[in-house]
Design a protein around this ligand. Structure first.
Ligand SMILES: Nc1ncnc2c1ncn2[C@@H]1O[C@H](COP(=O)(O)OP(=O)(O)OP(=O)(O)O)[C@@H](O)[C@H]1O
Ligand SMILES: O=P(O)(O)OC[C@H]1O[C@H](OP(=O)(O)OP(=O)(O)O)[C@H](O)[C@@H]1O
Length: 210
């Protein structure tokens, strides 16, 4: 039997994802140890896990280097890969929003030409161009997005809000909500057919937890 490979997003979602797999009887002890190792195998179940940068998980799954992936909906929307999204795991909950100084509400409502800083250029483009039919300039950043309107790089940002603390501490507010987000399980299209029995068993096991 070949290994079934599961790509997990390292960072915020990793711990909860590992916990979930343990709940359905998959031993993940090796992954919890403080190690620089990247791949972990469970010989008994012929499973192979690896931890990758969140934004790379859809790529591993689309190419079939991983059969299954666990990653945030934001990453799925941004990366636009050809995958099956099979399960909402109901953790890592947050929202994709447009935020900025409160006085930008009026500017936004008028549909003026504004600059939008974001780590998610595809999501921002889809929202402003396709949903709102508004032309904007999108500026790609890689982190600390809230800085952009504070230093005059952009009028607003498209980013994730969870508790709202980061926005509040920087004098910014949510201006518009784009969509709710959470961790999702994704599956490679070919694997879904070729390994249907084993993958369905995992999906069923995880579903039974909710
Ligand atoms: N407060 C939050 N901020 C950002 N992401 C969150 C938050 N709460 C939950 N998430 C979810 O957790 C996922 C992983 O976030 P994490 O910060 O670990 O990775 P990342 O931001 O993609 O990676 P990196 O920091 O390396 O760019 C996000 O894609 C999102 O779905
Ligand atoms: O609503 P809150 O609970 O304050 O969380 C939201 C913040 O967390 C994320 O940033 P992250 O910590 O990933 O750092 P980054 O800005 O470097 O991406 C996100 O981009 C917001 O800045």
């Amino acid at each position: 039997m070949r290994y079934l490979t599961i790509a997990l997003a390292k960072g915020r979602l990793a711990k909860k994802t590992i916990k979930l797999f343990e709940k359905i009887g998959i031993n993940c002890d090796e992954m919890k140890s403080d190690t620089r190792k990247l791949i972990f195998t469970n010989e008994e179940l012929k499973l192979r896990f690896f931890l990758a940068k969140a934004s790379d998980v859809p790529t591993y799954v689309e190419y079939g280097a991983a059969d299954i992936g666990v990653v945030g909906k934001d990453t799925i929307l941004e990366e636009k890969k050809n995958l099956y999204e099979v399960l909402d795991l109901d953790f890592g909950k947050c929202k994709m929003i447009v935020a900025g100084p409160s006085e930008m509400k009026e500017v936004l409502d008028k549909g003026s030409f504004i600059r939008v800083a974001t780590k998610y250029p595809h999501i921002a483009k889809d929202y402003f161009y396709n949903k709102k039919n508004q032309t904007v300039e999108i500026i790609k950043l890689n982190g600390s997005i809230e800085l952009a309107p504070l230093v005059g790089l952009s009028e607003v940002i498209v980013d994730i809000v969870e508790t709202g603390t980061t926005l509040k501490e920087n004098g910014l507010v949510v201006l518009e909500e784009i969509c709710p987000l959470s961790a999702r399980m994704v599956v490679n299209r070919v694997s879904m057919k070729m390994e249907n029995e084993r993958i369905s068993k995992i999906i069923k096991g995880l579903r039974s937890l909710y």
